[in-house]
Design a protein around this ligand. Structure first.
Ligand SMILES: O=C(O)[C@H](O)[C@H](O)[C@@H](O)CO
Ligand SMILES: [Mg+2]
Length: 390
């Protein structure tokens, strides 16, 4: 048995070129504020955290976190790393509870669930130590390959969104996720702008493909109740994060309307947090992100609860820590896929930090039965575009 010897965290600050967002790029929680200047400022992810856990035999497992990397680094360095050093990585359930309970006073939501970055690294480590891909430790291959939906189509001029969708269709995706650019502050005119873009996308992708619509917490209950009947005829597969994450009652009211399935969960944390969404019938599709919700240990427990309630789980973000869970669970039907693009919002930044993330082909992605762990390495190809803080 080889014990955990060290935990190495690094913050990767992107210093390379970025594509500045234009105009009503994507609604978000800050839209409700009387704001001057860039409402998107709180919304770009141009930093990332890597967390490498090494055992005495030199094996290294890789975890990551996308939200608030500098704060997460401090939480891991000061609080979580000392709790895991000296432990056997295969005691991952004990390690998880130790981290969760020893920081419970402040750690059970948000930054505190940085447990995720460590837990993902431990699962990568375990896979490498037994020579198996992580999905083979979770339930194995439930799909020949994973169907993915193209997730971008931020709001912009109608013509450019249609051109982006036309280009994406060449890759054979059967699902497309678009972002709304307008919300309550934009009034009826904004509603028309939103509907104009949904209609335009349906003209391009037709009705035999899924269309998912993302609000990213930028609407509110009143606005969403008014928009849902107007959206119904476009047959969205789901409406994502229409209200802020704390408004679980609002989620439940919108979902109960039964007009468009409501999805959410990427800003929910822990098994109990996700169970609450399910018990309150707040979502028809649960979308935690494994590197936020509590890692693979928590995510797999949530998958069982969701399956019992027959709520499909389609994790937020096209990253390896989510793909392995989707491969290993029949109740995880498809995966979100962030196409590789120039750094814009930053969802795609991980492509510049890691190697091994699969590329979608003909609307599917594949995981390798013979690649141990998560199947990613830390890349040295883009180091010149990063300032890395140890
Ligand atoms: O569902 C998503 O992909 C997220 O909400 C995105 O990370 C965010 O960029 C909003 O589109
Ligand atoms: Mg989302």
């Amino acid at each position: 048995m080889t014990k955990i010897k060290s935990v190495r965290t690094r913050v990767w600050n992107w210093t390379g070129p970025t594509v500045p967002p234009t105009g009503n790029f994507c609604t978000n929680a800050s839209d409700a504020l009387w704001l001057k200047g860039d409402a998107m400022a709180s919304f770009r992810f141009h930093q990332w955290l890597t967390c490498e856990i090494e055992t005495e035999d030199g094996t290294i497992g890789i975890g990551n976190a996308a939200l608030a990397p500098t704060v997460v680094k401090k939480a891991i360095d000061d609080w979580y790393a000392p709790l895991v050093i000296g432990e056997d990585p295969f005691d991952y359930a004990y390690i998880w509870e130790k981290m969760y309970r020893r920081t419970h006073a402040w750690g059970r939501k948000g930054i505190g669930m940085t447990i995720s970055a460590i837990d993902v690294a431990i699962w990568d480590l375990m896979g490498k130590l037994v020579g198996k891909p992580v999905f083979k430790l979770l339930g194995g291959r439930t799909k020949e390959k994973i169907p993915v939906y193209y997730s971008k189509l931020y709001a912009g001029p109608v013509e450019s969104m249609q051109a982006e969708a036309e280009e994406a269709m060449k890759n054979g995706y059967t699902g497309y996720k678009s972002r709304f650019g307008y919300g309550p502050k934009d009034g009826m005119a904004g509603m028309r702008e939103n509907l104009k873009r949904v209609e335009a996308l349906r003209e391009v992708i037709g009705y035999d493909n899924d269309l998912m619509l993302e609000c990213y917490m930028g609407w509110n209950l009143d606005y969403a109740k008014r928009m849902l009947p107007k959206l119904e005829k476009y047959e969205p597969r789901w409406l994502e994060e229409p209200v802020i994450a704390d408004d679980v009652e609002g989620y439940a009211e919108l979902n109960a309307m039964g007009i468009v399935p409501i999805s959410g969960g990427e800003h929910e944390f822990s098994v109990i947090g996700c169970k609450d969404l399910i018990d309150k019938k707040a979502v028809s599709v649960l979308q935690y992100d494994t590197n936020r919700v509590g890692g693979i240990t928590a995510a797999q427990k949530i998958n069982a609860i969701a399956e019992a309630a027959q709520i499909p789980v389609i994790p937020h973000a096209g990253q390896m820590h989510n793909y392995h869970l989707t491969m290993a669970n029949t109740n995880c039907p498809i995966s979100e896929y962030f196409p590789v693009f120039d750094v814009e919002v930053g969802n795609e930044l991980f492509y510049y930090i890691f190697e091994g993330d699969p590329e979608a082909v003909d609307g599917f992605l594949q995981l390798d039965d013979d690649k141990p762990g998560l199947g990613i390495t830390i890349s040295d190809k883009h180091l010149s575009n990063f300032e890395i803080v140890e």
